[in-house]
Ligand binder design. Structure first.
Ligand code: SF4
Length: 722
């Protein structure tokens, strides 16, 4: 291992030394620092800016502090990303910090796994146990026998340092349960992960299941609301009448799994009637002729029979969309239809935007979360890893970026013990018991582990099965690494002291790194030292950025460039990468499996009060959310002799749950809907336990072979009175 020691690093940077020396002192208590910064007064009252972490959108927060406690969270009006907006989840974030179910001390299991019996341990004892178990697994079976998994969060960089320094290739994120199809389609077509969307000049919008008013991302949701107020025509495609459907010009209750047919027919009309942007296609794309030849067969009449959207309507949308271009946008959404053909749907959407020439107006290169010129603590190169990844990337899924992975395949490889047997699982702020499909299989996989450690603020369903639980400080109690976006740097800083003995992830990973002989990967004294080392190359002090919670640096001249990072250097309507590997290079119709007689497509999707699996125990959000029930169309309910509020049994080929029925007209008769994240197993969640049922019990594991995305909506269920 190359030894870039801290001492050597300091020798080569005199400027570094001054900043790093500050780190030899523990950060001052939060209240004292805030008083010195003039943010709170002598009584301990005032406001401190920070970043929300109730979802991944990272809005700016002003935390109102009274006598050392957070009493209110408000939007930070100065913050350029969210401009003072804070959704219901963001405003309820203080109840995540003050949740009576917080884990405040390290816990070590004393009962059987899953019994929920733990004893309190000191940090030293808990960390020693974790490091010893991890080292034992490494010595006996190799580092690859330890799996690491985490949500997408700001301290992920520290987590990745731990797993890469440890030498394991096995890293599970939840992205394959969400947006793999969108990212891989963008990469194959544009050579970039996700372009930015600009609603400012928008005149026509197609949303394919992107429920912007309930799956809230404040700034984009606000842009959508403004667009609706301006009279932008919105076509919303979803088997369910959501709140976004209510705000749209047209709601098209499409047959589940046929979104691809709808978009292929739009391409058919736009190309067939020569409504595309010839200049843009000529200058920026390759493969147009092959695309035209392929989509010639996908007429609106053909699509109408599959989608149950009238052919005239499809033709009209195609003409209106191309007429509105370049002020038109077909939104990729994140999960889209959630079938194994979703990758092809995503490709069709990216191509629709390309051939109508919307680039530069409604689609822009994204600033992205890049390095932003930030520094980082020095570290040696990671050890070379030769073991295959258990999630099949890239040997089974060659197009899936390593950082996305295929989480459901990772779980299944644990069960199969192939290509080798995993033995330990380190899970940070993630709840695979709830998020992965087929909960029984996930529990079985946990059962195969010699050792499980989790890091979290509450005893979530996965922590319930852990051997050691390490209590993390909540996002209002800790620093995270800085977030660079374009020319801006955003800061999450503590606004109150951590409760109990909760610690930041930066602290936890460093302590473990030191116990595992990986100190060189964690060359910072404390959280503030880490941030100061990040800021060092910019000549900005931590104190400057703490004042407003962000800093704007001068913009680079020339702005963002268009760069199609594909093999041809152009937008690939026909993907040479896919073709070279023998995959379908131009979007082609792939029929989804039909629901068997008497069964329903099981749909899931967010509500505005909750974020995936993580917020159901928040007492404020719990108070303002209706009881999660199974939506069923009134006509279907009548056929089955079911009434509103009946307790029903819902059964798929992998599991069965019971919950109350909600009879409604807001869903197609062939589909039912459940709100995800409920049906908790952990009795440590006293607010959420016993509420609703979990869709993860029902979901069958179906993986898109190209993007590795889980096809959640492909699961079918029967429903009967319980
Ligand atoms: S969208 Fe809501 S939950 Fe997400 S970061 Fe913003 S305020 Fe927080």
């Amino acid at each position: 291992m190359t030894n870039i020691s801290r001492r050597n690093f300091l020798k080569i940077s005199g400027a570094a030394a001054g900043a790093v020396m500050l780190g030899h002192f523990l950060p001052p208590p939060v209240a004292e620092a805030a008083r010195l910064a003039g943010q709170i007064d002598a009584d301990g009252d005032g406001y401190i800016p920070t970043l929300c972490e109730m979802c991944v959108w990272r809005c700016g927060v002003r935390a109102k502090i009274a006598k050392g406690k957070v009493v209110k969270l408000e939007g930070n009006p100065d913050q350029p990303h969210s401009q003072g907006r804070l959704c219901a989840r963001g405003q309820s974030g203080l109840m995540t910090t003050y949740d009576p179910d917080r884990v405040l001390y390290p816990l070590v299991r004393v009962g059987q796994r899953g019994e929920g019996k733990f004893r309190r341990a000191s940090w030293d004892e808990a960390l020693d146990i974790v490091a010893t178990k991890m080292q034992e697994i490494k010595d006996k079976y190799g580092p690859e026998a330890m799996i690491f998994s985490s949500t997408h969060n700001l301290s992920q960089v520290g987590f990745e340092n731990l797993l890469n320094g440890f030498g394991s290739p096995n890293y599970g994120t939840q992205r394959s349960l969400c947006f793999n199809a969108m990212i891989v389609a963008n990469l194959m077509t544009y050579g970039m992960e996700e372009p930015a969307r600009d609603y400012s000049q928008l005149k026509y919008l197609i949303l394919t299941g992107r429920n912007l008013t309930e799956a809230i991302s404040t700034s984009e949701t606000a842009a959508f609301v403004d667009a609706v107020a301006r009279g932008v025509k919105v076509i919303y495609i979803d088997p369910r009448y959501t709140k976004t459907a209510a705000k749209s010009t047209e709601w098209l209750p499409i047959k589940p799994g046929t979104d691809l047919a709808f978009h292929l027919a739009l391409l058919n009309v736009i190309i067939g009637e020569k409504l595309y942007n010839e200049k843009f296609v000529e200058e920026h794309t390759v493969g147009f002729d092959e695309l035209a030849a392929e989509v010639a067969q996908y007429t609106p009449e053909w699509a109408a029979a599959l989608t149950e959207i009238p052919a005239d309507m499809i033709r009209c949308i195609a003409r209106e969309f191309s007429e509105a271009a370049p002020y038109a946008l077909a939104h990729n959404g994140w999960r889209t239809s959630n079938f194994v053909n979703s990758f092809q749907t995503q490709r069709a959407i990216t191509i629709l935007n390309a051939i109508t020439g919307n680039w530069g107006v409604t689609l822009l290169p994204a600033a992205g979360e890049g390095g932003g010129g930030l520094g980082k603590p020095p570290q040696p190169p990671y050890p070379r890893i030769s073991a295959l990844r258990l999630d099949g990337v890239p040997w089974k899924y060659p197009f899936v970026p390593l950082k996305l992975g295929v989480f459901q395949q990772l779980r299944d490889s644990i069960l199969e013990g192939k290509p080798y047997q995993a033995r330990g699982w380190f899970i940070s702020r993630q709840n695979p018991v709830q998020s992965l499909p087929d909960r029984n299989r996930t529990l079985e996989a946990l059962g195969k582990m010699d050792f499980i450690v989790t890091v979290d603020v509450i005893l979530n369903d996965t922590s319930w099965f852990a051997d050691v639980v390490l209590p993390e400080a909540s996002y209002l109690e800790r620093y995270d690494p800085l977030l660079p976006v374009g020319n801006r740097i955003f800061l999450r800083q503590p606004v109150v002291e951590p409760q109990g003995e909760a610690k930041s992830a930066l602290w936890i990973f460093k302590q473990l790194g030191e116990r595992l002989g990986l100190s060189d990967f964690f060359q910072y004294e404390d959280e503030e030292d880490y941030l100061r080392q990040q800021l060092m190359p910019l000549g900005v002090t931590l104190e400057e950025i703490k004042t407003h919670g962000f800093i704007e640096l001068p913009k680079k001249e020339g702005g963002l460039e268009y760069k199609w990072n594909t093999p041809s250097g152009k937008i690939e309507l026909k993907s040479s990468t896919l073709e070279g590997a023998g995959y379908t290079a131009i979007p082609k119709w792939e029929a989804p499996p039909a629901a068997p007689d008497g069964q329903f497509h099981l749909l899931t999707g967010k509500v505005g009060q909750h974020t995936q699996m993580s917020t159901q125990n928040n007492q404020y959000l719990h108070k303002y959310q209706d009881e999660p029930r199974l939506w069923m169309n009134a006509q279907s309910a009548e056929k089955l002799g079911l009434k509103d509020w009946d307790l029903v049994e819902v059964t798929s080929e992998v599991g069965s749950v019971k919950l109350a029925l909600q009879v409604t007209q807001a869903i197609r008769p062939d589909s039912v809907y459940m709100t995800p994240g409920f049906g908790k197993l952990s009795k440590g969640l006293t607010t959420a336990y016993g509420v609703g049922a979990s869709d993860s019990v029902l979901h069958v594991t179906y993986t898109d072979p190209v993007s590795g995305g889980q096809a959640l909506s492909q699961t079918c269920v029967t429903v009967k009175k319980a």
